[in-house]
Design a protein around this ligand. Structure first.
Ligand code: SAH
Length: 207
């Protein structure tokens, strides 16, 4: 029998070198990543690396999910929009920090969204809402969001996403064609963004 719990808590401990937020580390220690990845990748679920999840898409390495959660500065009750549900793992980590009913995620590929819904239900995160659609348009019904993040790279923050984020709210995304930077942007009262660069990253592009 593989001791997944032990592997997972070791992973969370190793991430302590790069992530200081204990709530984020606890979230990583809680979400069963092995249940989100394809069966033939399970043995690698707690290695700190990206994994293929089908439809040509990739689940980010755990340290990237943790860093994004830390940079977003998530608090219980924050209403969050995620673009790019993928297998649902990142959404589940976010749900640990804000509560599953506050996480709204848009996925382009219907097959990935269906699988993610099923996995989220089976792992206790069924209150996360997942919609199939173009994440560039956001999800206006649940706006305004305190936090908005993309798990795929965009040339710039799509205007509807900026619109659907509240004033003083935060957006986070890999930005750039080709070379990408992880950009955190705070929305100002006049609608402009105050941006901060968190370094070079590599994500699949937005469709
Ligand atoms: N957060 C995911 C990682 C997903 S990889 C996880 O934990 O598994 C990026 C995801 O963005 C892919 O699933 C891809 O299908 C999705 N995506 C790409 N373009 C999109 C778009 N325009 N709208 C919504 N999702 C998109």
């Amino acid at each position: 029998m593989v001791d997944w719990d032990r592997q997972r808590s070791r992973l969370s401990d190793r991430l302590r070198e790069r992530v200081a937020d204990e709530d984020v580390l606890a979230a990583i220690a809680s979400v069963p990543r092995h249940q989100f990845v394809p069966d033939d990748k399970r043995h690698d679920a707690y290695a700190d690396r990206p994994l293929p999840i089908g439809s040509g898409q990739t689940i980010s390495a755990p340290h990237m999910v943790a860093i994004m959660a830390e940079v977003l500065d998530l608090s219980p009750g924050d209403r969050v929009l995620e673009v790019g549900t993928g297998c649902g793992y990142h959404a589940a980590v976010t749900a640990e920090l804000v509560g599953p009913e506050n996480v709204h995620s848009v996925e382009y590929h219907a097959s990935l969204a269906d699988d993610a819904r099923e996995t989220l239900e089976a792992t206790g995160y069924g209150d996360i809402s997942v919609r199939v659609g173009d994440g560039k348009e956001g999800w206006p019904e649940h706006a305004p969001y305190d936090r908005t993040y993309l798990t795929c790279a965009a040339p710039e923050f799509p205007a509807p996403l900026v619109e659907q984020t509240r004033d003083d709210g935060v957006l986070l995304a890999p930005i750039g064609d080709g070379q990408q930077r992880l950009i955190r942007a705070e929305k100002q009262a006049d609608g402009t963004l105050d941006s901060e660069d968190h370094g070079g990253v590599r994500f699949v592009p937005l469709q």
